[in-house]
Design a protein around this ligand. Structure first.
Ligand SMILES: Cc1cc2nc3c(=O)[nH]c(=O)nc-3n(C[C@H](O)[C@H](O)[C@H](O)COP(=O)(O)OP(=O)(O)OC[C@H]3O[C@@H](n4cnc5c(N)ncnc54)[C@H](O)[C@@H]3O)c2cc1C
Length: 597
């Protein structure tokens, strides 16, 4: 079993050089974000991930969370690790200092989240959802709700959950049926929620559930859903714990992966009705929940990056030690470890190159989120919000889809030992599998991308992105470097494919939504592939400039150019195939409609 080592050098590169720390450190509230602070936070987080969370990953998978009599007992070591995690201040990393948080921007928490997820994705889901509850209460909660819940959520004394799904309401939340009946200053909640991550556990004193439900006179559909805070233990005005609320876990799921994370069926109001408090205005619940969901979508995209990185490290470790075959092309050569075989090297490079591209894209999206939240200029905030909105389904959908492929390549590198559980490679593939399903499946992300984020706004934001890509192409054109010339050619072809597919989509969507929808997932993958290639090309140019300046970090920058070139030659050419699949959308819709199943 390999030991996880956080890829701190590449993370620092993404934060400081690719996105640019100055941009973020200039935002109000981020003045203390010096390069030294970034280094210190990443180094400490890396130590925690390696020393505390990684060793619990495999035991968490084998022991799993246990359920008995409405009580969930977490895997051995999890509760203690969560205590250490909270005491270290990690739960409140990007929360408002007013409520005890550290106020660090998302470009930093994106890196620490990647570390926690690489080391132990099951564990990480608990603080991730808690941070989502904090974000949603910060934006939509009343002052009293903020004062009552936020300090203990931020400190990790309590944790939070997100309760959307019901048996008949999965991707389509307009079908939510949970009821909220008014009673004085609160509501009584009744209904069943399924698949609730960390809905019940033994790691914290209280659990704060954010629940979607309908009030008695609410209209049908998504416009009749409200959001409620429902604590497991009722909370006094001074935040002291009162009696147990009428909400309980009635079972947990037996799953393909993330065994350490309890996935709970929650029953609300079996007795008198669970006491819940309305957040914001009635019937605007789904809109509020989107604050939490968009944050969670970025985080799940980062889970994809994290699992890909972990699977890569694990496969690399194995490839170095597994001796099999002889060096190709060498007569009577020595037996060698498999890392010497070109095909194994190809697989390792495809894992590494895609993971670095995904990290770069997730960091870029996080920077847009920071600027959308903190920039003093209203127009800048709006522009960055539009960019973040556009990139969110891409980071969520593309990084997670790729993570499954990358984890599967990791299994392949292990040969037969990848298929047996003891090596641990299989766990990464099993854990990765959920990431394209929860927080909106890839199909739902893709519909969101082509519909709300591209077609409805007539391509305004995506055309800005395409413009940035073309401006960068012109910059690359001025550089006389053979490796970068290869990268430039491939990126230009990718950008042309994305541009053509965008034009097709904008022309097709208004009259033939089915055709546009048939091409939605390929469009999402096309966007991710080209945007990832763009970031890798930018990375290669930065690396070349550093080498020209005789940087001491010669190995890192040289490797970066090599990895970007591999991406350009092996991954970017997929763009042409995706484009073909998209523009054939009209004919494929016919085939899909006539398909006999
Ligand atoms: C381990 C786990 C943890 C979870 N954690 C939580 C949680 O904490 N809180 C919570 O509320 N929920 C949670 N969920 C629920 C999760 O978000 C849903 O499973 C997910 O949104 C998909 O809904 P569904 O399972 O009902 O699938 P369905 O909606 O039935 O979808 C089935 C298939 O149909 C496709 N499909 C459906 N509608 C469309 C459409 N309009 N266009 C194109 N394709 C479509 C989907 O892409 C999918 O491939 C969790 C689920 C799991 C398995």
């Amino acid at each position: 079993m390999s030991t996880y080592a956080a890829p701190i050098r590449d993370m620092k590169f993404a934060v400081k050089e690719l996105v640019g720390l100055d941009d973020i450190a200039g935002l109000p509230g981020c003045e203390d974000l010096t390069p030294d602070v970034v280094d210190a936070v990443l180094e400490e987080a890396g130590k925690f991930a390696t020393g505390v969370l990684d060793p619990l990953n495999r035991p968490g998978d084998t022991a799993g969370a246990k359920f008995s009599n409405n009580v969930v007992t977490t895997a051995p070591g999890f509760a203690d690790a969560f205590k250490q995690f909270s005491q270290g201040g990690w739960t409140g990393l990007n929360c408002d200092p007013q409520y005890g948080g550290q106020g660090l921007p998302h470009i930093i928490s994106a890196q620490t989240s990647e570390m926690w997820n690489s080391a132990n994705m099951s564990f990480c889901l608990c603080p991730m959802l808690t941070a989502g509850v904090v974000a949603s209460l910060m934006r939509h909660g009343s002052d009293a709700q903020k004062a009552t819940y936020l300090p203990n959520l931020v400190s990790g004394k309590w944790t939070g959950t997100m309760n959307l799904t019901e048996p008949q309401a999965g991707s389509d939340l307009s079908a939510v049926r949970a009821r909220a009946v008014p009673e004085g200053d609160h509501f009584r909640i009744h209904g069943t929620k399924i698949f609730i991550t960390w809905g019940e556990h033994d790691m914290a004193e209280n659990i704060i559930h954010m629940v979607l439900a309908r009030t008695p006179e609410a209209p049908e559909g998504v416009k009749g859903i409200s959001l409620f805070v429902v604590p497991k233990f009722l909370v006094g005005a001074d935040s002291s714990l009162g009696k147990r609320n009428d909400v309980k876990c009635v079972s947990i799921e037996h799953k393909l992966g993330i065994h350490g994370s309890p996935t709970c069926v929650m029953a609300y109001g079996d007795a008198d009705g669970a006491i819940g408090y309305l957040v914001g205005e009635e019937n605007r619940g789904l809109e509020y929940m989107f604050t939490m969901m968009n944050f969670a979508r970025l985080e799940v995209g980062i889970e994809g990056v994290a699992i890909a990185e972990r699977a890569y490290q694990h496969a690399l470790d194995y490839a170095r030690s597994r001796v099999q075959g002889r060096e190709i092309g060498v007569k009577n050569g020595e037996r060698v470890s498999i890392i010497h075989h070109p095909d194994v090297r190809r697989m390792l490079m495809s894992m590494k190159a895609q993971t670095e591209a995904m990290r770069a894209l997730a960091t870029l999206a996080s920077a847009h989120l920071d600027k959308a939240l903190l920039h003093p200029d209203k127009t800048e905030r709006a522009g960055n919000q539009a960019m973040f909105d556009l990139l969110t389904p891409v980071v969520k959908g593309w990084c997670t889809e790729q993570s499954i492929e990358i984890a599967s390549t990791g299994v392949q590198i292990h040969g037969g030992m990848g298929f047996v559980e003891e090596t641990g490679a299989a766990q990464y593939l099993r854990d990765a599998r959920i990431t394209t399903i929860y927080e909106g499946t890839t199909g739902i992300q893709a519909n969101d991308l082509v519909g709300r984020k591209v077609a409805y706004e007539k391509g305004v934001t995506i055309k800005l992105v395409l413009g940035e890509m073309r401006a960068f192409d012109a910059e690359l054109g001025k550089v006389g470097h053979p490796g970068l010339a290869v990268i430039r050619r491939s990126l230009a072809e990718g950008v042309a494919a994305l541009s053509e597919a965008t034009d097709w989509l904008l022309a097709t969507f208004p009259d033939n939504m089915k055709a546009a929808s048939a091409g939605a997932v390929p469009f999402l993958k096309l966007f991710g592939t080209v945007a990832g290639g763009w970031q890798m090309a930018r990375a290669a140019l930065i690396a070349k400039n550093r080498l020209d300046e005789n940087s001491e970090d010669y190995d890192f920058y040289r490797a970066k150019i090599g990895t970007a070139r591999f991406y350009a030659e092996h991954i970017l050419p997929l763009a042409a195939a995706y484009k073909q699949e998209i523009v054939h959308g009209s004919s494929s819709v016919l085939a899909l409609e006539e398909a006999q199943f």
